[in-house]
Ligand binder design. Sequence first.
Ligand SMILES: C[S@@+](CC[C@H](N)C(=O)[O-])C[C@H]1O[C@@H](n2cnc3c(N)ncnc32)[C@H](O)[C@@H]1O
Length: 202
Amino acid sequence: MRFSAACERNQLAILDVLRAWLPAAARVLEVGSGSGQHAVHMTRHLAGLHWQPSDLPPLHDLDERLQLEGRSGLAEGAVIAQALELDVTRPEQWPCGPFDAVFTANTCHIMPAAAVPELLAGAARVLAPRGLLLLYGPFRDGDAHTAPSNAAFDAHLRAIDPAMGVRDARELQAQARAPGLELRADTPMPANNRLLVYVRAN
Ligand SMILES: C[S@@+](CC[C@H](N)C(=O)[O-])C[C@H]1O[C@@H](n2cnc3c(N)ncnc32)[C@H](O)[C@@H]1O
């Protein structure tokens, strides 16, 4: 089964931010769920949470974790839905919603740069009014990286594929305005990551 050590390290810090921002019994769409560890962790700790995982196909690793770990031991009333195939660049694959939040971790630097505005637009479409888009990962500010390790990671990604790379938080903020998302918080997270919180303005 796919396993992410980074997920294991960052999930407590992410849970604190979700706890602070999500309404009670929130309906959350996760984009790029990967191993499914965040789906399991968050639903074990937040009562009433309805978590919709999704990712590019194939989904068998994700399905396997959800089958093994996502059917018991969840917080009261919490549910993990069957994972969906979702490529953010394919509008027809986005579920209808409405969701109280769209959460995604460590995806913006992996998907091609051109897909990021589609992530923002898709999230805005499926969010309820005042719904939240929560983006976790490393981000830079213009050309300035927040740590040498992020600069090295960015160079590493671009060497593998020039379409990947650590995204500029300022550029994201500008891109997010078109679909009506406003930045509400930029929370520093462990290991030089950040959690950007956007709200659907209307
Ligand atoms: C580094 S993994 C992160 C997985 C997980 N969120 C985590 O934090 O461990 C990047 C994820 O982004 C997903 N991804 C890449 N391009 C995507 C796209 N166009 N639409 C949706 N997900 C995408 C990948 O399938 C992968 O699961």
